[in-house]
Design a binder for this molecule. Structure first.
Ligand SMILES: [Zn+2]
Length: 235
């Protein structure tokens, strides 16, 4: 036998579960979650673009430094050309200059690539920045609509909770703890009647009569090995 108050408490939990399930099925609840996920993704994307932009700025600074270095070397070589004395020296200097020009060409390509990537980045950034306010507005709208629905059921939820608080005062603490432990695991109902003397009223699993009798010999309830519910003998 399980206290009637405990069973009433369980029944009220069942109603709370139904209310919660309905709320989670609500369109605005689902859309609100989707908007939230999408805006988080968008924010993360913007952060990544920011990091990439910083990286590109560093690359550009480095390329500009390389450009300055090459220019300085070329200037230096150019100044020496006037003082060259023979053809060997001239050829050597020519080779040196060509090397620097090739380097210059590489840096030029590098800078163009950085600028191109920067433009793409800027475009992606603009798109993400325009999208984010729309997602946030969508979230707020769904949140508002959903809160209206939640507010409608709030009085009944409060009523149930108040009744449960009253019931709990007279429910045996041990049995309540047994109930809580199973209920917190997501099972409902927790307490189910023994059916036909040997069957779990929750999952309908048949048990050997000897096992059932042994269990009930020492306790007023037993745990179903199959579904984990608590089986009691109906009056
Ligand atoms: Zn069972």
């Amino acid at each position: 036998m399980i206290q009637q108050e405990m069973l009433s408490y369980q029944q009220l939990d069942g109603e709370l579960n139904r209310i919660e399930r309905d709320l989670k099925k609500n369109d605005n609840f689902i859309k609100r979650r989707q908007y939230k996920a999408a805006s988080q993704e968008c924010e993360e994307n913007i952060s990544k673009l920011d990091a990439r932009a910083l990286d590109l700025r560093n690359q550009l600074a480095q390329a500009q430094q390389t450009l300055q270095d090459i220019t300085a070397v070329i200037d230096e070589h150019s100044g020496e050309i006037g003082s060259l004395e023979d053809e060997d020296e001239l050829n050597y200097m020519n080779k040196k200059l060509n090397e620097q020009l090739a380097e210059l060409n590489n840096v030029d390509k590098e800078i163009k690539r950085i600028i191109r990537e920067g433009e793409e980045l800027s475009k992606a950034f603009d798109e993400a920045s325009a999208k984010l306010p729309r997602l946030i507005a969508g979230y707020r709208k769904c949140d508002e609509e959903f809160n209206k629905v939640a507010a409608e059921v709030k009085p009944r939820v409060n009523e149930i909770r108040a009744r449960q608080t009253e019931l709990k005062k007279v429910i045996d603490e041990n049995i309540f703890n047994v109930y809580k432990k199973v209920a917190d695991g997501g099972l409902y109902p927790v307490f189910v009647p023994l059916e036909g003397g040997t069957r779990c009223g929750g999952c309908r699993m048949e048990m050997p009569k000897a096992v059932v009798d042994a269990q009930f010999a020492s306790k007023s309830y037993m745990k179903c090995e199959h579904c984990g519910r608590i089986i009691f003998k109906p009056e």
